[in-house]
Design a protein around this ligand. Sequence first.
Ligand code: BG6
Length: 470
Amino acid sequence: MAFPNGFLWGGATAANQCEGAFDADGKGLSTADVMTAGAHGIKRRVTPELEPGTYYPSHAAIDHYHRYREDIALFAELGFTCYRFSVNWTRIFPQGDEEEPNEAGLAFYDGILDELERHGIEPLVTISHFETPLGLVEKYGSWENRAVVDCYLRYARTLFTRWRGRVHLWLTFNEINCMSTQPWVAAGIASEDEGVRMRAAYHQLLASGLATQMAHEIDPANRVGAMYAGHFAYPASPDPADVIGTMRFMQRMLFYLDVMCHGSYPPYKLRELERQGIALPVEPGDAEALAAGTVDFVSYSYYNTHVTGAKTRGVIKGMNGLDTGYKNPYLNRSDWGWTIDPTGLRFSLNLLYERYRRPLMIVENGLGAVDTVEEDGSVHDPYRIAYMRDHLLELECAIEHDGVPVMGYTMWGPLDIVSASTGEMKKRYGVIYVDVDDGGRGTFARSRKDSFAWYQKVIATNGASLHEDA
Ligand code: BG6
């Protein structure tokens, strides 16, 4: 059997995209809470004043805060052995820089862990997933300021200590390379200036290294992973200029993982920073911290692939960095224009394993699509089944044929949640339908799509049923 025994099967969510209850039990505001969404996309605000009458998707989201028991019971019914969720920083430290944590916030996640334990589901906790405390943005200018490293470490220590022995798998930052593509969403950085972004990235990498060391000290059984936004690119042509352009694109994305796995900045990045006149805010002891804080495993999200080349000089633009200026004529696209490339998953697994020699985990994958609810309440989603099946078959191939060690697979949004890039609900990934629309209206009821039974069987057979469907 290709999928090893103990392979982790499950799903992944982010707090701000599912919890709602944005101001409950002492929670403070995060960057996610001041982002509006509408039919024409997403606007960002950097001021804390909420506009009355405006719809903010994170405020109610899908009300997981009050329904997590029901939701986790559905995950158990699916057979999940792993659930990746994020802790909302502002539930624990409402402004981000308090000395003491908010007990009510911690108690909420205690409840989630209780439910997971009851069902024998292993938690994988993302410490920071696209929700920087607004207090840190306003008071310190967010991650550009080194003071935020200490705030993050206080927050991380609180979690590691509280859940010692209960949580063993941790991710320090969701999609850390999004500092280069969507810094406001990823890190509360509104500036277009590359120097600001690179100083902020430096602080996150330092914080990640220090937190990794801390996690190991607090509980040697802790395993800490990097989490990379799966940007992978093919050259637009065999023209060596396109190949070099693509190499530059990949270097701009992968340097984050290079630091987290190799423990220092790679020479190509140091040279680039030098050319750009950007000085990293290095202090004594930092190099040692990066070297001692390398990760135990590498996780990433995988949705699509890009095409780049000389024309874009490795620059990526647009939300989620999808606009590289080239189209891939060999691939179909989702309703949101994301390429569908199962083979690219195998390619990416090989690429990352060759480069890092760390166990890998796919912690996000899936198809954001419009679903239709039939009169009897059913949702027929063969497109989602096909997407997941094709990707899982390539993942199996990477394990079986190429010998890549893969720890697990958590599909993105096992129940429909708010889209990070558009704020929409109609961009649905779930095998569980949630009755909420783009304006936050609906009953919030959960129901099983066709893909629910399909995924349940895949998990129950440890992947063997993928071949029945193919
Ligand atoms: C990843 C993020 O970038 O992609 C998630 O980690 C996000 O938070 C996911 O939801 C899918 O993107 P979207 O925009 O379709 O929600």
